[in-house]
Design a protein around this ligand. Structure first.
Ligand SMILES: C[S@@+](CC[C@H](N)C(=O)[O-])C[C@H]1O[C@@H](n2cnc3c(N)ncnc32)[C@H](O)[C@@H]1O
Length: 254
């Protein structure tokens, strides 16, 4: 499967802009829709029912890319683990963690580019974050978490069902899972026979034995390729609460 795309410099620029760029870099100037900017910030701020979580929760983000959602989670969580398979993305996340800013060439037209600076926002707690390079399908975790975020990862792994299958074990009972996906299946990421079709229904039937669905909504984003090309995506977001053990099927008295 092709994960090399996430090691390239155009992809790095796209995700640094999506995660750390100001709205005017993220969106076309002629069609400003400021509510479409700052996707990772919206995931964290709007995606969880914070008031129902323990006061200082622990968090795991699978497919964290260049790390913005992890930094946002660090405002409220005492420990955050961010996992991604891309060495290039995590190298940038770690440089931001250590130095607070990085510079990166951003595509203009043809082979032209301009170097932009990306900085951490004020108020985040970089010391609370552990960035790990690893595979979301197989990396072992010694702990479980109060919340798990998996944004736009499902249709980028070779076995989406295996990803969904391992999620219950990563959460404490009562813990919250935020899953977003545009269900943009591509055979270079996921073999055709493993696509979950239709994604929304398949996700629900695989998660419902272990989780209660709290909310389902659209969480749009815009990915800038160059100043005159922007990808508008409409991921489905679902927020889930892990059921207590007594609600799980296959108990003797179930
Ligand atoms: C579409 S991007 C989404 C990034 C980020 N969550 C966001 O929404 O901005 C998919 C991310 O998942 C990562 N990824 C793909 N397959 C993975 C795997 N098996 N394990 C961990 N990360 C993976 C990629 O490197 C990339 O950072």
């Amino acid at each position: 499967m092709n994960s090399a795309i996430y090691e390239t410099s155009p992809a790095l620029a796209q995700y640094l802009i999506l995660h750390y760029g100001p709205a005017e870099w993220q969106l076309p100037s002629s069609a400003p829709s400021p509510e479409l900017a700052h996707f990772p910030v919206r995931c964290v701020q709007e995606g969880f029912r914070w008031e129902e979580l323990p006061p200082h929760p622990t968090a795991l983000e699978l497919g964290c890319a260049v790390g913005r959602a992890c930094f946002e989670l660090s405002r409220r969580c005492r420990r955050v683990v961010g996992l991604d398979r891309s060495q290039t993305f995590l190298q940038s996340a770690r440089l931001l963690q250590e130095r607070g800013s990085i510079r990166c060439p951003v595509p203009l037209e043809g082979d032209q580019s301009v170097e932009w600076e990306f900085s951490l926002p004020a108020g985040v707690c970089p010391d609370r974050i552990e960035f790990r390079v690893g595979d979301a399908l197989s990396t072992p975790f010694e702990e479980s978490f109060d919340l798990v975020l998996a944004a736009n990862l499902l249709d980028r792994v070779p076995d989406p069902r295996a990803l969904l299958d391992r999620l219950p074990a990563l959460l404490h009972p009562g813990g919250q899972l935020l899953l977003t996906s545009p269900f943009s299946w591509l055979s270079e990421h996921t073999p055709r026979e493993r696509w979950l079709l239709p994604g929304s229904q398949q996700v629900a039937s695989l998660l419902l034995p272990h989780f209660t669905l709290l909310r389902k909504w659209d969480l749009p984003l815009v990915l800038r390729e160059h100043p005159r090309k922007f990808q508008w995506c409409l991921p489905e977001a679902t927020l889930w609460r892990k059921k207590p053990p007594s609600f799980l099927p296959n108990r003797e008295n179930a």
